[in-house]
Design a protein around this ligand. Structure first.
Ligand code: HC0
Ligand code: SF4
Length: 573
């Protein structure tokens, strides 16, 4: 142990603990901007400076280790002055247009500047705004970038894609797409992890909320919304609701109050995806087609983009089943449109997703008979949903639990867990078991594929399962860096699987790039627990027992993998 004094408090910490961590463990938070534990410990912002007594100098606390006998001051006049100057210098290169910023109220720079009582910036402003494709789902505003390097590090170390890089030197050092390229040409998976790790508003999703308001205002349109499984775990975080208060029913109520005509839960179509994907897996597995490679899940568009750009030879092993978002879009514009006597063109479909890549996934076209268009018209993130609630001045405490509409009302626990890493695999195995054996397994029989912690086991869970004497080797992975490691092992023949689930964001959709931002905190695992609890308490836990799915097949799709199902529910990648 190492003994030192911080702000007059004598403390002991383990060797090799940074000063910042030693202070944190003892209830002394040190302000920071660029620091991200284990990912970005480069002291670029110098906001975390502290005074080391006796040495007459300031040191950064995030990357200096506590040493025996140190006497540290985290808030001396010298520290305050230096910290303030460092923040003022950062502000001199930042556009400071807080009123029109997507992160206003949730910005680490805004908070620190306020905490330090900075009322004026004594330096000349030097701001350059680089051009950006405003149609791309990921928007970067260089005039807000504080060069903390977090985006570079997250994309490089966590997602292993290296989309961002430093360019220029000296005071002209800045961040941009690597090689001064265009974002639309870069291998960006649109996972959105750089957005959720940006301390300011330099990175954000394209705002699509106005399209939804326009559709609501258009009397000729019937607006139909679906809400993804993971949204229920996080939407309350930004508006002060506890997880148990922030139910899916209240999201449905808020959407109806905004003027949406029909509201649905994507859990319904997660069950539909399982019907198609489990049948597809059993067919591909038993036909011997999967000799060399596994079948991969394909519902995560960040993963599909990654596979296409990094491992194109593996694309043919992706399941052809569309994602639940896309299946729901197809069902809304055909089966549902017929039920309510409307044409597909009169239906305007919106998805609320915890994801940025879903904004690109919706661009896929829907072909059926004469009709060609999009299954989903607009995708908004969880953050955009909360923004819409705010602009509709809905008080969260007045929201009631209301049911989703019919005839796509029912959803099972198997569909709910889609939002957490391992959930799609577990749900698919429950139904694949029933297809192979003719009877249901115990509902928790495949819980070995659940994650044991945020990014535990390098994000990989493996399970070898026995279904009626047939051995099925499965793996589940989340995070694209973890995925790259796993795929490389697979390509070298070090590991072999029959069925693999991949989610681009660490922890699955609960940790998605469209979720509420809590600077530097990783909440995916905690949010995932909410989904597993909902599954445990659900009346139905097998997708094939969903009565509304059974009705959809009876009345419209015939059976899983039918010609009609192929036309509407499957895709080429
Ligand atoms: Fe997901 Fe989905 S589970 S990708 O994470 O499969 O975004 O929540 O909606 O489509 O259901 C996201 C979440 C979805 C889809 C579902 C899948
Ligand atoms: Fe990298 Fe993901 Fe950001 Fe794209 S969205 S730049 S892949 S972190």
């Amino acid at each position: 142990m190492v003994n030192l004094t911080i702000d007059g408090k004598q403390i002991s910490v383990k060797e090799n603990t940074t000063i910042m961590e030693a202070a944190r463990q003892n209830g002394i938070p040190i302000p920071k901007l660029c620091y991200l534990k284990g990912i970005n410990e480069i002291a670029a912002c110098r906001v975390c400076v502290v005074e080391l007594e006796g040495k007459n100098r300031l040191i950064t606390s995030c990357n200096n280790v506590a040493e025996e006998g140190m006497v540290i001051h985290t808030n001396s006049p010298k520290v305050r002055k230096d910290r303030r100057t460092n923040v003022e210098l950062i502000l001199s290169q930042h556009d400071c247009q807080c009123v029109t910023c997507a992160r206003s109220g949730n910005c680490s720079l805004q908070k620190i500047a306020n905490d330090l009582n900075i009322l004026d910036i004594p330096f000349e402003k030097e701001i350059e705004r680089q051009p950006w494709n405003q149609d791309f789902p990921l928007i970067r505003d260089s005039a807000k970038c504080i060069k903390c390097m977090r985006c570079i590090q997250v994309c490089d170390k966590v997602q292993k894609l290296s989309v961002w890089d430093v360019e220029g030197t000296g005071s002209r050092t800045t961040v941009n797409v690597a090689g001064h390229g265009k974002i639309e040409d870069a291998p960006c998976s649109l996972c959105g992890q750089c957005i959720t790790h940006c301390p300011v508003g330099a990175l954000r999703e394209r705002d699509d909320t106005e399209k939804v308001w326009d559709a609501i205002a258009d009397e000729k349109k019937t607006v139909v919304v679906q809400v993804a499984p993971a949204v229920r775990t996080s939407w309350g975080e930004q508006i002060g609701l506890k997880p148990e208060e922030a139910t899916i029913g209240k999201i449905m109520d808020s959407l109806k109050r905004m003027g949406v005509d029909y509201v649905f839960d994507t859990v319904f179509s997660a069950d539909l995806t399982i019907m198609e994907e489990a049948n597809e897996f059993v067919q591909r597995f038993t036909s011997g087609e999967l000799k060399d490679r596994p079948m991969f899940t394909s519902c995560c568009p960040g993963w599909v983009r990654f596979a296409k750009s990094q491992y194109p030879h593996l694309v043919k092993y992706l399941s052809t089943a569309k994602s639940p978002q896309e299946m729901f879009g197809a069902v809304m514009k055909t089966y549902f449109a017929e039920k309510i006597g409307k044409s597909p063109e009169e239906i305007y479909t919106v998805s609320v997703m915890p994801c940025v890549a879903k904004k690109a996934e919706r661009e896929k076209e829907l072909f059926y008979n004469e009709y060609a268009g999009h299954g989903v018209d607009t995708v908004i993130t969880t953050r955009e949903l909360v923004k819409m609630m705010r602009s509709a001045h809905i008080s969260p405490d007045t929201l009631q639990d209301i049911e989703s509409d019919s005839p796509m009302h029912d959803g099972t626990g198997a569909g709910v867990i889609f939002g957490a890493t391992g959930g799609v695999m577990e749900a698919a195995l429950r139904t694949a078991y029933a297809i192979i054996t003719g009877e249901n397994p115990e509902a928790d029989a495949f819980k070995a594929v659940r994650s044991s912690g945020f990014n535990a086991n390098d994000g990989v869970m493996e399970a070898e399962l026995n279904i009626n004497g047939i051995k099925v080797r499965t793996a589940v992975v989340s995070g694209l860096g973890n995925t790259r490691n796993l795929l490389d092992k697979m390509e070298k023949g070090e590991v072999k699987y029959d069925f693999v689930e991949v989610m681009a964001c660490p922890g699955g959709c609960v940790g998605g790039g469209g979720q509420p931002i809590h600077d530097g905190e990783e909440l995916a695992f905690e949010r995932g627990k909410t989904l597993y609890a909902l599954d445990k308490n659900a009346d139905l836990r097998f997708s094939h027992e969903n009565p509304d799915i059974q009705k959809l097949y009876d009345e419209y799709m015939e059976k899983p993998m039918s010609h009609k199902a192929h036309m509407l529910l499957h895709t080429e990648h």
